[in-house]
Design a binder for this molecule. Structure first.
Ligand SMILES: [Fe+2]
Length: 341
């Protein structure tokens, strides 16, 4: 198979209060609003994004992932990707172009997640006052101390982690990089797949709800551990509550920081991590006690981290305060340090 996908290009998320969410992304986190649609959608970018925007916030009754958009490696790869999806019995739609990018193929995968693929998209052209002195930078470094450089990844929720990873690897050529199984039960609760040298640009957490197409978090990148610590500080000064971190994942070895935007949607900022170019990589299966989530093996993730979006109406909602003991969510917590000695 030719390499089909180049990178995660943009995410569209829903918020019940688009302006409140957009204001948080811009004022508290340091993204920049670059456009607005007549329907009220707001387009935002990080200073280092090569294309005009990487995040669209549109109106929805609940926080949710509307679509995850990936750029293909070529126009031919776009055609081939569409053919491969259709050959699996999924029926998508072709568009001549929308939201500023060119011809695209949009489909909803077996676990309910809408994915859009396109190749033609303009390079970002910064306004004069934001031009960088460095030729390769799409615009000058943000002077906002928390500002991320790029969009990094998205982590969705699906009812079959290994099935999801296998489908997207087989059909679109993602490499499967790692899994987490519970220490005390043969249940796969986490998996990571990638289009590039990073451990993942698409993560999968186990979803035990009855809703399809849910998302656990969206993630942005900053250049260094020190910048991530400063971002945590600045976010707190801007009224954000840090949900988890900063610390380092075992899988991927990225430094992480999780917080929420006003809709409740979880955002991650991360940095560091290994590079892995191995074409025939065989994924290892970690357990939480090996540090899959927390490399130092000395912390348990707050139960609120298992919430995905939109919320599951049939289940108790984990609160910001932490664990709901005795619930199935606690058993299926993909990150808890079960069985640690
Ligand atoms: Fe993540």
């Amino acid at each position: 198979m030719i390499k089909l996908l180049a990178h995660l290009a943009h995410l569209e998320v829903a918020s019940p209060d688009v302006e409140a969410s957009a204001a948080f992304y811009e004022a508290a986190f340091g993204l920049r609003v670059v456009d607005r649609d007549a329907d009220g959608s707001v387009y935002l970018r990080c200073w280092g994004d090569y294309h005009p925007y990487s995040l669209v916030v549109s109106h929805g009754a609940e926080p949710a992932l509307v679509t995850m958009a990936w750029r293909t490696t070529s126009p031919e790869a776009l055609d081939e990707a569409g053919r491969r999806v259709e050959a699996k019995g999924v029926s998508g739609t072709w568009s001549d172009g929308r939201q500023g990018h060119g011809r695209s193929y949009r489909f909803t995968g077996p676990w309910g997640h809408t994915m859009e693929l396109y190749y033609d998209v303009p390079r970002h052209s910064a306004p004069e006052e934001l031009r960088s002195v460095f030729p390769d930078r799409p615009e000058k470094r943000s002077s906002h101390a928390a500002a991320p450089r790029f969009l990094d990844h998205v982590t969705i929720a699906a009812s079959d982690v290994r099935g999801f990873c296998a489908w997207y690897s087989e059909v679109l050529g993602f490499r499967t990089m790692a899994f987490t199984d519970l220490d005390n039960a043969p249940v796969t609760v986490f998996g990571v797949i990638t289009t590039n040298e990073k451990s993942h640009d698409l993560g999968v957490v186990l979803d035990s709800s009855t809703r399809g197409g849910r998302v656990n978090h969206i993630a942005f990148w900053t250049d260094s551990h020190q910048e991530l610590l400063v971002a945590a500080d600045v976010l707190m000064e801007n009224g954000a509550r840090i949900e988890y971190g900063p610390s380092i994942h075992g899988i991927g070895e990225q430094t992480y920081l999780y917080f929420r935007e006003p809709s409740g949607l979880r955002i991650e900022l991360n940095t560091g991590g290994y590079r892995n170019y191995v074409p025939d990589w065989v994924p290892h299966t970690w357990t939480p006690s090996e540090g899959s989530n927390s490399i130092y093996r000395n912390s348990v993730m707050p139960m609120s981290m298992t919430e995905s979006f939109p919320p599951d109406p049939g289940r108790p909602t984990a609160t910001e305060e932490g664990v709901l003991p005795g619930t199935e969510e606690a058993l299926l917590n993909p990150y808890a340090v079960h069985g640690q000695g």
